[in-house]
Design a protein around this ligand. Structure first.
Ligand code: ACO
Length: 331
């Protein structure tokens, strides 16, 4: 479909809490080892939010940096989208809290619950609004404080997750600008929702003494089944988007995949026939920060001058739902 306007990523930012939790620290909490975590996941350490830090606090720090890079103020923001499964509260949304913190007024603000695909889902929607001429600048954030919903007695999950926030400003651009969002696609397969779930706290299973006792307000995951779906679904959506744009792996300068497991990333690179040197990986520093992994990784790479203006970047994620998506841009 031909659109009236073009959109681009005008700025990025990220923030991670100061507290570091290493694999060796985890050895003291559950029956695990640094060697197992490194070889099975690629993770070495992750960040943990302090007791008084909620998701909107992390999101604010990342957003301010992205707004500075894009040269926009709160009053210029036409929409706030917050990809998160760890909102400050069930309501109001974290996006509304963030809107107030950054000094944006009146614009729509909403959370996007798509698990680890939250940022890609949000960025896809932002693109549509900018391309249709409805908004000029949209703030999209991926933010999680997953360490607050972890069962610290479950070694299958507690070693995997960390806290952090990444943000991007999606802005209207001129057709003469080489930077632009080329294409994107978001998908879901609800039949596999049980593989990755926080069972209690919603209307199906309201909070009770029993749900707390049974640890049902924490992440439950069938890791090996999620693993298989992850590679298949990310490869499928990436190939779909590339094909639609007459592109292949040779057309891409960088792949920025969701950082859930280095073995998933390796398998995906192989499936896409992308050289590993072209894949941005920072999982060793932050673990899986869910919706935040992609905007954190892309911001780090841009600020390190690794990803440069004009580079073609393919982002892809999968997460609870199961959801998945791909986002193809020229930076
Ligand atoms: N330390 C030591 N041993 C462990 C640990 C640990 N932390 N965790 C599990 N094990 C053991 C298991 O108990 C099992 O032992 P057993 O053979 O004696 O029963 C053995 O390791 C193998 O367990 P599997 O779960 O079969 O191992 P697998 O190869 O699947 O790796 C892992 C586990 C790393 C979790 C992997 O499945 C994975 O990364 N899955 C994808 C998870 C993911 O991507 N989630 C992202 C979504 S997050 C979101 O959307 C919010």
């Amino acid at each position: 479909m031909r659109t009236k306007w073009e959109a681009k990523i005008a700025g990025t930012g990220h923030y991670v809490p100061e507290k570091v939790l290493t694999n060796s620290d985890l050895e003291k909490i559950v029956d695990t080892s640094d060697e197992w975590i490194r070889s099975m996941t690629g993770m070495v350490e992750r960040r943990v939010a302090s007791k008084d830090q909620a998701s909107s606090d992390l999101a604010y720090e990342a957003s301010i940096k992205a707004m500075e890079m894009a040269g926009v103020k709160g009053k210029d923001i036409g929409m706030v989208i917050c990809g998160t499964v760890t909102p400050d509260h069930m309501f109001p949304t974290t996006a509304c809290i963030l809107q107030n913190k950054i000094g944006a007024r009146g614009c729509p603000a909403f959370d996007m619950s798509a698990g680890c695909t939250g940022f890609i889902y949000g960025a896809d929607i932002a693109r549509q609004y900018v391309e249709n001429g409805i908004a000029d600048n949209i703030l999209v954030v991926g933010v999680e404080t997953l360490t607050k919903i972890i069962n610290w007695k479950d070694r299958n999950t507690c070693v995997l997750f960390g806290d952090g926030a990444g943000a991007a400003i999606i802005s209207r651009t001129q057709s003469t600008d080489i930077s632009k969002i080329i294409d994107s696609e978001i998908m879901a397969d609800g039949a596999f929702g049980d593989l990755l779930i926080m069972e209690a706290g919603g209307s199906r299973m309201p909070a009770s003494e029993e749900t707390v006792r049974e640890n049902l307000h924490t992440i439950q995951m069938q890791g090996n089944k999620v693993f298989k779906h992850a590679v298949k679904s990310m490869a499928l959506v990436c190939e779909k988007v590339l094909k639609r744009n007459n592109m292949d792996s040779h057309s891409i300068d960088w792949v920025v995949p969701h950082q859930a497991n280095v073995r998933i990333i390796d398998s995906l690179a192989k499936r896409l026939k992308v050289d590993k040197d072209k894949v941005i990986i920072n999982i060793e520093k932050y673990g899986n920060t869910s919706a935040s992994t992609i905007p954190i990784a892309i911001d780090e790479a841009i600020r390190a001058n690794k990803i440069r203006k004009g580079d073609i970047v393919l982002m892809t994620a999968f997460g609870a739902g199961l959801t998945y998506g791909a986002y193809l841009v020229r930076i």
